[in-house]
Design a protein around this ligand. Sequence first.
Ligand code: BGC
Length: 750
Amino acid sequence: MLSREQLDQLLGDMSLEEKIGQMIQLTGYYFTGSGGETGPASEMRIPEDILKSTASVLNVTGAKRLKEVQENYIKENPHRIPLVFMADVIHGFRTVFPIPLAQGCSFDPQLVKECASVAARESAAAGLHVTFSSMADLVRDPRWGRCMESTGEDVYLNGQMARAAVEGYQGESLTDEGTIGACLKHFAGYGAAEGGRDYNTVDMSELSLREQYLPAYREAVKAGTALVMTSFNTVNGIPASANRWLNEEILRKEWGFDGVLISDYSAIYELIFHGVAENEEEAGKLAVEAGVDMDMVSPVYGGTLKKMAEEGRISEELIDRSARRVLELKNRLGLFDSPFRSEKWMEREEEIMHCECHRRTARKMAEESMVLLKNDGILPVRPENLSKKTVALIGPYARSRELGSVWSMFLQEEEVVNLEEGFNNAFTEDSDWMGIRLLVEEGAPILDPGEELTPFKGPILVNDWKEKGIDREEALARAVKAAKEADVVILALGEHKQYSGEGASKASLRLSKGQQHLFEEVNQANPNTVVVLFSGRPLIFPEIKQKAAAVLQAWRPGTEGGDAVARVLTGKVNPSGRLSMSFPKAEGQIPVYYNHLRTGRPAQEGSRERFVSTYRDLDGEPAYPFGYGLSYTEFSYGSVSTNKEEYGLMEEIQACVVVENTGKIPGYEVVQCYVQDMVGSTARPVRELKGFKRIWLEPGEKETVSFTITEEQTRMITGKGTWETEPGTFRIYIGKDSRVTDNFKEVIKR
Ligand code: BGC
């Protein structure tokens, strides 16, 4: 590692061009000649002297390739400063985990941490140094395609998960092999884009921003994230990459973040399109003065900073400050000692990737993150209940390997376990299943005729069945026949994977008409139909909710998805996922989230009263609330008790409850603790999650589960604009989901 003095010396020896070079990240195209540019980046004209000093490369991997790039680069670089390689490792590298929204449903930060450390090991073995994860954007709008990358709608859950991910990626020290730097994103409020439209305006009160949206980012900063990325959106009129208040006042001064602040992809250039900068120079000045250290793939810093600094239009100190932060990052990553960083791991790249032990972690996360939404008693499917000894696996996701992921650049599709394989594995692993037949039929394609998709890469996708020449009527008839022959139908439905992720906002959250029709036909042929849903967001499926015998929300479960679904449905695993995001009943209800403020005219559940806050044609309750999820066993809750009834303003309090497994099989329960501040100088949410615990209980077993609610956890933005706890009455609820209304204890803070 270089000492502080050595870093000062290095910075002092660097030319202005070299320092500006440290503030630029380019795609691999500039270093390997492959992988083109998109958007404004395609028009980049980076001067040769700056190109030679560019700090960082985006989205290139492979130990051998990156070693070559690094070697060639260092030879040319005047001060032998190594490159830092960054990429989007969002939910795993080659071993792919469930999407973050699903990981949120595990309510298991320890497992999130393990997944991140597996992703770090594989990424480091492929030569990477930094991942653009974790994403702590709070999301209340399932129309937004990127809700899949968030851990959901709750500030506390998101904070716990973001912290866990940062700790998992970065390990004890960033100089250790097999770790990578984390980049927290997208600062700030990206998940609140208007109407769920990607890249759109964020306009909200400082109260909402500070109470609901910022704390999860803050948790990741406290956990030591090496980088932070700005978001594309405006925040109250000022785009994040030009927002001094967010970046300088809050992130740096209030929170003490001293790492690298990188822009999102070409976001500095986009300041021109936002209409806050007239040209590239103005955009560069705004961003540099807002404390953005690195320009991701835009022509702005490379093309403007030198001239502006020479003409005295921006201070060279700002350039020194940012270049220094990037050098410090490289130093923290140990790149000055070893420009290949995780060399021992890189030598074993192939052996480490997708190894058995990593796959086990992925399967565990897939099993923990699936949420059982409905079960009329048909699940788990057991061989002794199958008189015809036949299970039909039907649907466009029955054989598809696209079920696993949405945004995993490094996944190898042939490594994804599909559902057919998952069930065959479950049937052969256990002798009870000997002689059970599995009939497999697709029944319908994912897309409807005429539906068009614009994928990340490649040509526009139009209804793929037509192109393959498959006859819909025949496929449907075969599916219905299989359903009739079977005891139980597993119907695997979902949205197309290109409907999730960046640039994939949707106005309708329904399944394709073809899939809805497939459900109706199959369910009529055999009412023992279990629907498994694959999606990157909460979907809306009222008919399935009402008529299916059971519904399992499987999200995008990663490379081990097929095995995990089969193990859950056959009862090898008792489901324990709980929703990290509320499911709306209709698009018109959005946003629907559990921790909303009270109103002067609240609607009573089930009441059709007129002058209350609801809809005339629907109620305001979600289809499934935050925290909800079923198990194959039952849990009962005793009443909430606390260690005191009155306590001081700055004190903490303990609350506990006895939870018992009153069912017949062992399982995990996610015990959830919510707090309601009964009266505040600003309006308070109906309740807010302040703690959760996953506990394992054998049948008949009881456990006392306790929570400590600290003074910090009751702070709020007060009527005076301060961040503090106000005295008064608080209700502490403990229960199985966010609908807990009757199990609470009232305590008074003096
Ligand atoms: C996304 C970021 C991502 C970056 C780099 C952007 O389009 O918004 O989340 O990290 O690209 O690939």
